[in-house]
Design a protein around this ligand. Structure first.
Ligand SMILES: C[S@@+](CC[C@H](N)C(=O)[O-])C[C@H]1O[C@@H](n2cnc3c(N)ncnc32)[C@H](O)[C@@H]1O
Length: 370
């Protein structure tokens, strides 16, 4: 149900969450546990993934149990490259769609842990551990699910520096303490580890009246961070150089919701954040190059790192010093040949963007869901 509200003249500078966080938390639990039965019940395409996944992911998704897939409410693809053998944590794992897809991609020696606060979502996810172990030909399941809050991961007993990769799909917008989530994430990642996640962002700060609207919040819209506030939140929690991987504008077809959000534009975007202490806040040029040697599964000739950097096999590519560290101090290191040159600084690394928005405004929003 839509509550009547006026956005009126409210100009709150920066909202960090709903006024009554406990009430909103209960509402979100109810929304994902009871109100929604499948992705078809959503009112917008914020919690949907519309782009066709690459072939290797389509093959994995086709092996997943129907109930797990039907209760998928993610907004992007959280399956980066080079996953074999990794230990992965999924924040807000819902019915487990991404956990099970990652379970297939890490192989039997890898493992995936899902955390969610909603009993109904966890029940669906837990139900199919054996089903998927069998589907992937594993002797035993390599996944587990824990009930908990992503802001309070310290209550779940995970050790510091214990995950290679942390993913999340359309969840952090629902958190009223995004700093706590990123702080916990940073603590749990191994050095050189990565947070790779899809979420919803706005092109301006969302007025408090909209943040407090249960439907807009539950639909993953009004809890979205203004993208530049997200960049600063990431930086202050140890992730100095967030990298945008892909994005798309969200379409809002529901007229009542459209009227409420007014001029605010929402985007779904996937970022990668590396836990590497020596990263700088700016991209500096030391005339470094990296050359992709091949060998990353499903990337025989070319690998895309983010929207700015991609690598053709056997072709040295100029990179900034942060990218040099992200590749040479992470799981990607063995797949590249690096040339550090004489390490003399030659100024800022040239990027050709002067845009006020990092997302692709030319892309057409696609309507319809999943
Ligand atoms: C939009 S759904 C996405 C679920 C899943 N990632 C997917 O792609 O299907 C949001 C999920 O996050 C969970 N969630 C929201 N806020 C949470 C929090 N603070 N702590 C733990 N789980 C949370 C909800 O219970 C729900 O299952």
């Amino acid at each position: 149900m839509l509550t009547g509200l006026s956005i009126g003249r409210e100009h709150k500078a920066f909202t960090s969450g709903p006024k009554d966080t406990t009430l909103m938390l209960d509402h979100v639990k109810d929304y994902y546990g009871k109100t929604l039965q499948s992705s078809a019940d959503l009112q917008t395409d914020a919690c949907c993934t519309l782009d066709a996944p690459p072939q290797h992911l389509q093959t994995v998704f086709a092996q997943l149990h129907e109930e797990v897939v039907n209760r998928y409410y993610g907004c992007g693809l959280v399956a980066p490259d080079a996953l074999q053998g990794l230990r992965i944590l999924d924040l807000g794992s819902g019915s487990g769609r991404d956990v099970y897809a990652l379970s297939a991609l890490v192989g039997e020696r890898g493992s995936v842990v899902g955390v969610d606060m909603t009993d109904e979502q966890l029940a669906v996810a837990r139900e199919y551990r054996d089903f998927h172990a069998k589907a992937f030909g594993y002797a035993a399941s390599n996944v587990e699910f824990h009930k908990g809050y992503i802001e309070k991961l310290d209550e779940l007993g995970f050790e510091d520096n214990s995950f290679d990769l942390i993913v999340s799909n359309c969840v952090i917008n629902l958190s009223s303490d995004k700093d706590a989530v990123l702080q916990q994430t940073h603590r749990l990642l191994k050095p050189g580890g990565e947070m790779y996640f899809s979420d919803v962002y706005s092109d301006r700060r969302v007025p408090q009246a909209l943040v407090d609207n249960e439907l807009l919040y539950g639909e993953c819209l009004s809890g979205a961070l203004y993208w530049n506030d997200f960049i600063n939140t990431a930086k202050r929690n140890g992730f100095a150089d967030p990298r945008l991987v892909e994005d798309r504008p969200l379409s809002i077809d529901n007229e009542a919701i459209k009227k409420l959000v007014g001029p605010i534009n929402f985007y779904s975007a996937t970022y990668r954040l590396f836990k590497i202490d020596s990263l700088e806040n700016s991209q500096e040029n030391y005339a470094h190059t990296a050359c992709y040697k091949g060998g990353v599964e499903n990337n025989p000739e070319r690998i895309i790192f983010d929207k700015q950097f991609s690598f053709e096999k056997n072709q040295p590519t100029a990179i900034c010093s942060n990218t040099f560290k992200m590749l040479s101090e992470s799981r990607f290191k063995d797949h590249f040949e690096f040339n550090a040159g004489d390490c003399a600084h030659v100024g800022l690394f040239a990027t050709n963007s002067t845009a006020t928005l990092p997302f692709d405004v030319q892309k057409k929003p696609t309507s319809g869901c999943c």
